[in-house]
Ligand binder design. Structure first.
Ligand code: MG
Length: 298
């Protein structure tokens, strides 16, 4: 099931993409009245997911309220996350190397512990929304394609073996970053949390549709030029490890979004660096989920 949040005729709805991904079918036509994605993520039963999987193959002309994807506006699947997004830093070896090089630091190739930080997201951007350049604040605007995991129930003291039972599904995010703010403040929170720095979507794919652990190609492009090209099987710290480790001392609430880190090829990794400027178009794509396509705007 690929579940989306969308707007049609001024109304915000939840729906699923049909098998050909040309149509969206509103959940309400299947008798589901979840008010928003977080309610759906935490409340949806396995049998409802199976029903929706089956309905995705139905002819659109048999679905009341079906709309062509081109006729609706896709929003971020979770437009207003209720809590900060948990992020993994430097969680692919090649990106760890390029980040160290950018900061002119030695890199030993060892990474014994995961790097965690949080990103404030007061409003997630839709899959085709503009990324504000914030030119008054940053000259080093950068992109990071990442796989994000959405939890469906509260996780506390979860073992690695149980971790996958807590996952509702997966989405694509762009962890947009202002490198100069990130470095100047010695802490990533500010430089990662400016308004518009969290494009997300285009859908959430339910966990049953992706083999576990996910081995998915992920790529980014800027103005069509391939920048990042890797696979989520290369994560240093995998999803099991992260859910287990963090849940030892803190409850990860249902609806939590965990962004798993970005591979090599972010703008800072090039010599000279290739930062974003207004007019650029950033695409972030993960196999089996979809593509974000966000222009950088003044
Ligand atoms: Mg990141």
């Amino acid at each position: 099931m690929k579940i989306v949040t969308y707007e049609v005729e001024g109304r915000r709805k939840l729906g699923i993409l049909n098998a050909g991904e040309q149509w969206v079918y509103p959940l309400e036509c299947f008798g589901m009245d979840y008010r928003d994605m977080e309610e759906a993520v935490t409340g949806m039963s396995e049998s409802e997911i199976q029903l929706l999987n089956a309905k995705a193959g139905t002819d659109p002309y048999e679905i009341p309220g079906a709309a062509q994807l081109s006729e609706v506006k896709l929003l971020a699947p979770i437009p207003c996350p209720r809590r900060d997004v948990i992020c993994l830093g430097v969680n692919y070896m090649a990106h760890a190397e390029e980040s160290a090089r950018y900061k002119k630091q030695e890199f030993s190739g060892e990474r014994p512990y995961a790097v965690y930080f949080s990103k404030r997201v007061h409003q997630a951007s839709g899959p085709f929304d503009g990324i504000p350049a914030h030119r008054d604040l940053t000259e080093k605007l950068d992109y990071e394609v990442e796989l994000a995991v959405i939890l469906k129930k509260d996780a506390f003291r979860v073992s690695e073996a149980e971790a996958r039972d807590y996952i509702f599904g997966y989405t694509v995010i762009n962890d947009v970053s202002a490198r100069d703010l990130q470095n100047r403040h010695h802490q990533w929170f500010f430089g990662k949390s400016l308004d518009g720095f969290f494009p997300m979507g285009p859908c959430i794919v339910s966990a049953d549709e992706i083999s576990y652990p996910p081995k998915l190609e992920l790529r980014s492009r800027v103005n069509g030029e391939l920048r990042q090209d890797s696979n989520t099987e290369l994560l240093i710290f995998g999803i099991d490890h992260v859910i287990h480790e963090l849940s030892q001392g803190m409850t990860l609430q249902a609806g939590t979004i965990i962004a798993m880190g970005t591979p090599a090829g972010a703008g800072l990794g090039f010599d000279p660096p290739k930062f974003l400027k207004p007019g650029d178009v950033v695409e972030c794509e993960i196999e089996g989920i979809g593509t974000l396509r966000n222009p950088v705007v003044e």
